[in-house]
Design a binder for this molecule. Sequence first.
Ligand SMILES: Nc1ncnc2c1ncn2[C@@H]1O[C@H](COP(=O)(O)OP(=O)(O)OP(=O)(O)O)[C@@H](O)[C@H]1O
Ligand SMILES: [Mg+2]
Length: 224
Amino acid sequence: MRILVYRFEIKKSSEIKTYGEEIMSNITVCVRFRPLTSKEKPHSDDSVCIRCIDSETFIFKDEKDEESMFSFDKVFYEKSEQADVYQFLALPIVRDAANAINGTIITYGQTGAGKTYSMEGPGILECDEQKKGLLPRVVKELFDSINLSEEDMTYSIKLSMVEIYMEKVRDLFDLSKDNLQINESKSRGIFLPGVTEVSCFSKNFISQFIIITLAFRSYFAVYN
Ligand SMILES: Nc1ncnc2c1ncn2[C@@H]1O[C@H](COP(=O)(O)OP(=O)(O)OP(=O)(O)O)[C@@H](O)[C@H]1O
Ligand SMILES: [Mg+2]
């Protein structure tokens, strides 16, 4: 499994909160079910293994017909929209980020579960407003929040993109850095010494940078 990490570091001219305060206290865990793909549909029968109880709880029926109940902060069933996931999960993190409070969004699941779809959308060049994933929405909101903030505030935004694969952290902006170390300090929290950081001035700049890097990553994954 490859894990892709997009990291925005935001510094605000006023007070910067230090790692380890209330920042660590808010963790939200959600689950998302995706619809069957067109390839899967012909091979599926009509038996339902997930039964909705409400927006936080579902029942899972296993192959022995035994039922187990699971609860999360939110369950996104297969009809959920990208906007629903963004509103519940990402928007509060982006609002905090604009106040220099660290935030992280992690997608986890087996191959084909829908991680990339949720993060990016159906394709990196896909611009469909309804289907676009968390990443383009986060970038837009980040700049909108900053543009709405008080005038005497200055912000600097830096973007890094790394991939974690086979226990190694690789810098997607500089593939020669293929084994970055992970450090932790009281003032900076967890950081990657030597990772490439790109200063970002506009949402279009970030979007294009990410698109080019993801395209390059796909090429690299196929041909290397
Ligand atoms: N919520 C959804 N609605 C419609 N299609 C979806 C949804 N989630 C995923 N898909 C589709 O399911 C397929 C697998 O999704 P995706 O590529 O995002 O999986 P993944 O978890 O990133 O897998 P991998 O670990 O192999 O990268 C894709 O064809 C994707 O378009
Ligand atoms: Mg993927």
